[in-house]
Design a binder for this molecule. Structure first.
Ligand code: A3P
Length: 284
């Protein structure tokens, strides 16, 4: 892979990350009891969840999400600018991270801070990541889906192996300060998921406020929200909103995998996720 550096077994795109910052966030960044962290493997619905949580905080008022970019509303723990933003922020903070368990800030494990972790069918994560890679200059452009599948199965993609990321984070699933969501459930029952998040965060919304959260976090509304388009801050980064808001449906992998690729993926999935009850993964 080009333009990556490896840190403790994980490849990071060099355009976005710095080794010393990843190290600093793990070893020195202090997560406080009142903080909430959105943690995902990339392409699992991170930005959707950020939008929902922000809208819950404003009781459905869209002013904040329409005037402040996502990375300022919920700064990344693992990037330089956002980490310093977080360090200087007072009060309960909302933050995001794609970090695998072993690189996550150590202070979190001594705190009562809350983590919301979203899982998504890794086949859809893969397809989403493939098209993302082909349409930005942030990560190297995968030549074909076949080679990208091979890399994905080996963990040679940004943030490493989906299987390890998911397995390690799921070890927290019985903890009170950990909420496990899935992209598929969010899609199938968005209202129910928003309620679940409210309960977890100790927030109460009136039915009309919940309607507003639903309205402004819809795929269409997010597609139209300019605060969601990365290119407004980084002129050297080409990502258009269409790539981030590509299709927004579960099961698109079926339009792209061959039968042999699907069978091989299943085999690896069974091996790597052995020990987890299949009921934990709500995709078909
Ligand atoms: P697809 O590429 O399959 O369309 P992330 O935010 O973690 O990078 O995830 C991006 C994926 O979430 C993309 O998937 C994107 O379309 C989908 N997504 C973003 N907002 C969404 C929404 N409001 N509803 C459904 N899917 C959404």
């Amino acid at each position: 892979m080009s333009a990556y550096f490896w840190f403790e077994g994980i490849p990071f795109p060099a355009m976005l990350y710095k080794r010393e910052i990843i190290k600093e966030s793990r070893d020195k960044f202090v997560i406080r009891d009142e903080d909430t962290v959105i943690v995902t493997y990339p392409k699992s619905g991170t930005n959707w969840l950020i939008e929902i949580v922000c809208l819950i905080q404003t009781k459905g008022n869209p002013k904040w999400i329409q005037s402040v970019p996502t990375w300022e509303r919920s700064p990344w723990i693992e990037t330089k600018k956002e980490l310093s933003m977080l360090i200087n922020m007072e009060g309960p903070r909302l933050m995001s991270s794609h970090l695998p368990f072993h690189l996550f800030p150590k202070s979190f494990f001594r705190s009562k801070a809350k983590v919301i972790y979203v899982i998504r069918n890794p086949r859809d994560v893969l397809v989403s990541g493939y098209f993302f890679g082909r349409n930005t200059n942030l990560i190297d452009n995968p030549e074909s889906l076949g080679t990208y599948i091979e890399r994905f199965l080996k963990g040679n993609v940004p943030y490493g192996s989906w299987f390890e990321h998911t397995r390690d984070w799921l070890s927290m699933r019985k903890n009170d300060n950990f909420l496990l969501l899935s992209y598929e459930d969010m899609k199938e029952n968005t209202r129910g998921t928003i309620r679940k998040i409210c309960d977890f965060l100790g927030k109460k919304l009136e039915p009309d406020e919940l309607d507003l959260v639903l309205k402004y976090s819809s795929f269409q509304a997010m597609k139209e929200n300019k605060m969601y388009n990365f290119s407004i801050i980084r002129k050297d980064v080409n990502i258009n909103g269409l790539v981030l808001m590509r299709k927004g449906v579960p099961g698109d992998w079926k339009n792209h995998f061959t039968v042999a690729q699907a069978e091989n993926f299943d085999k690896v999935f069974q091996e790597k996720m052995a020990g987890f009850s299949p009921g934990l993964f709500p995709w078909k």
